[in-house]
Design a protein around this ligand. Structure first.
Ligand SMILES: C[S@@+](CC[C@H](N)C(=O)[O-])C[C@H]1O[C@@H](n2cnc3c(N)ncnc32)[C@H](O)[C@@H]1O
Length: 238
């Protein structure tokens, strides 16, 4: 087994997740939070990128806080939840350097694939990296997380890791990993931890490489993106 994963699994039960701090079902499952914290520690991660601000931000920030030049960039599509996550982090008095940013979601082409993606300035994440670890736990609902890996991959250092939550969802996370494997081939090594929380994919980035975007399910994917963008816009109007 991967040594960092083995170390995290061996140590995760020692990580405390306070019932008073954990905010509830919308946040990462407490067991997944324990693994995430232990994995961040096992990696000795210093720079972390996160999609989906909230309780996980605090779990990772506490682990990097003792490292010199630590930095966590946390992105979310909701200004309301970014503000709540920032407030919770500041209240915790964790000394890590954390930057919260809000970015809208927009339909974007990744090669031939029309996906809902964060509306980030081109090259921003690469400029703020390289990161040792990226957590993908957003966008929420079924807006789709396929695009997030394409955005994050180039900003993660070779030898770094990307962790995807909700790995056990059929037709969603399980499918995304198949198209990522088609795009990145031997440059990534995904490992599924089915029994932790709602499942976690732990994906090692072995090498830099340009994606060869899959043509699988192009029409279905584009239609889903159009439907999800319309849902996203209506939710913003509420
Ligand atoms: C799956 S949640 C996880 C957020 C974070 N990674 C965590 O573990 O706490 C993903 C999304 O839920 C949204 N969210 C945050 N707080 C929320 C709340 N109190 N109720 C509903 N959704 C929330 C945010 O916009 C975030 O991107």
């Amino acid at each position: 087994m991967n040594t960092y994963i083995a170390a995290a699994v061996a140590e995760m039960d020692k990580v405390s997740v306070s019932r008073f701090e954990h905010p509830g079902s919308w946040a990462m499952d407490p067991t997944s939070c324990r693994f995430l914290a232990a994995f961040t520690r096992a990696l000795g991660a210093r720079r972390v990128l996160e999609f989906g601000s909230g309780f996980s931000t605090l779990m990772m920030a506490r682990e990097i806080a003792a490292q010199e030049d630590n930095f966590l960039l946390s992105l979310d599509d909701s200004a309301k939840y970014t503000a709540l996550a920032k407030e919770a982090f500041e209240t915790s008095e964790c000394p890590a350097k954390v930057e919260f940013r809000t970015s809208d979601l927009r339909p974007r082409f990744y090669g031939p694939r029309l996906l809902l993606g964060y509306d980030l300035p081109k090259g921003l994440l690469e400029a703020m990296g390289p990161f040792d670890l990226a957590l993908i736990d957003a966008p929420h609902d079924d807006y789709g997380r396929e695009s997030v890996f394409y955005d994050a991959f180039a900003a993660v250092a070779p030898g770094g890791y990307l962790v995807l939550d909700d790995a056990n969802r059929e037709g969603m996370e399980k499918e995304y990993v198949e198209v990522w494997q088609a795009a990145y081939g031997d440059a990534i090594d995904p490992i599924l931890l089915e029994g932790i929380g709602n499942g976690l994919w732990v994906i090692e980035k072995l090498d830099d490489c340009a994606p060869r975007y899959s043509r699988r399910g192009l029409v279905k994917t584009a239609l889903k993106t159009a439907r999800n963008f319309s849902r996203y816009l209506s939710r913003q109007e509420e």
